[in-house]
Design a protein around this ligand. Structure first.
Ligand SMILES: [Fe+2]
Length: 356
């Protein structure tokens, strides 16, 4: 156990001792997993130190652990980030994009992710607000390739769809960062400016003689929606090519699960629920989304999680129709989250199994 001053970063940590108020009342018991509400209650009562277990690994600690365990991934991700930064800078100055080495590092990163599939679930936790668009490009590339593979596509096509995801937002290089990084809701005029990025991206790629039609299509059409409510072309249904549908899902998923200047990140499970909802509202391809959620849920079976009420549970079995609402075991009872709609999984408690 260790004693720490209460702060919001202790969410999901386990209490190593009871917390007693000045009035002698029991506020929280030993073994309880702290939620945001608990920590607010502790801070309001001016309790200056609490005991927490040291043995339990939070996701952030896991990422530090991964950094040591998988330096290759971190090295590749870091180098890839530098490549994307250079790419966006060249594009913003209307300079020529260096194509020869453009995909080299990204392809290495993609192959690494294929051999360690659990890694992509943790992508959101290495986000850095200042580099959002660059990290988003890498993540959308990786997730797009994974979605393509899950849809049964093979070899070269998977790689090309990865490239399509990687370059989908290149048009944002020409949108002022004062708009992209604005911490509050955009005005209508600003939003109209942002909506220019698909066409701008397409033009940048054409000017640089990037000819792969999958890459060009994704840049132009990743904001089209199946119900026709997207932009810039307002295409609908099967008029939207598969690559644009795949990149759209990767884009939405990464955006939902990421920390932005105007919002905190959602847990992966919250992101799955959102994605499921958006797909079934008719915006995204529900078959691809279900494939994606089923794949993730299979990885989750047997993992310990924290529920939205702060209690611990174990994922037992995911149902194919609502894979983000699996059967869980909690305090010796089985709970079907498809039926208990007020409960949901808040966060992974113990890191995903790590096998290379
Ligand atoms: Fe975009």
């Amino acid at each position: 156990m260790k004693y720490v001053k209460p702060y919001m970063g202790l969410v999901k940590q386990q209490l190593a001792d009871d917390i007693i108020t000045e009035q002698g009342l029991l506020l929280l018991s030993k073994g309880h997993i702290l939620t945001e509400e608990d920590i607010k209650a502790i801070i309001i009562r001016q309790i200056d130190r609490i005991a927490i277990e040291e043995t339990r690994t939070s996701i952030n600690e896991y990422m530090n652990h991964l950094q040591k365990m998988d330096p290759e991934f971190y090295q590749l991700y870091d180098t890839c980030l530098t490549t994307v930064e250079d790419l966006f800078q060249s594009a913003s100055r209307q300079e020529r994009i260096e194509q020869d080495t453009l995909f080299e590092i990204f392809d290495d990163l993609m192959s690494h992710m294929v051999s360690v599939p659990h890694l992509f679930i943790q992508l959101r936790t290495i986000k850095d607000i200042d580099h959002y668009t660059m990290q988003h490009s890498i993540n959308v590339g990786i997730i797009s390739a994974l979605l393509a593979r899950l849809m049964g596509l093979k070899g070269d096509e998977v790689i090309r769809i990865g490239h399509a995801g990687f370059l989908h937002d290149i048009g944002k290089a020409l949108i002022p960062s004062s708009i992209l990084q604005k911490p509050i809701v955009l005005t209508d005029v600003e939003f109209e400016t942002v909506k220019k990025h698909p066409r701008l991206g397409y033009e940048i790629l054409v000017k640089n003689e990037i000819k792969d039609p999958l890459v060009l299509t994704a840049a132009l059409m990743h904001h089209e929606r199946l119900n026709g409510k997207g932009y810039p072309l307002k295409k609908d249904g099967t008029n939207i090519p598969l690559v644009a549908q795949i990149v759209a899902i990767a884009d939405v998923y990464d955006a939902i699960s990421s920390e932005r200047v105007y919002k905190k990140s959602f847990s992966p499970f919250h992101a799955y629920m959102e994605l499921h909802q958006i797909a079934f509202q008719g915006e995204l391809n529900a078959a691809i989304v279900l494939n994606f959620l089923q794949y993730i849920s299979k990885l989750m079976e047997g993992q310990e999680v924290i529920m939205n009420d702060g209690q611990k549970a174990t994922v037992i079995l995911a149902d194919p129709s609502e894979p983000h609402r699996p059967l869980v075991s909690m305090s010796g009872q089985f709970i079907d989250l498809r039926k208990e709609r007020n409960r949901y999984i808040q966060e992974l408690l113990i890191p995903m199994k790590y096998e290379t």
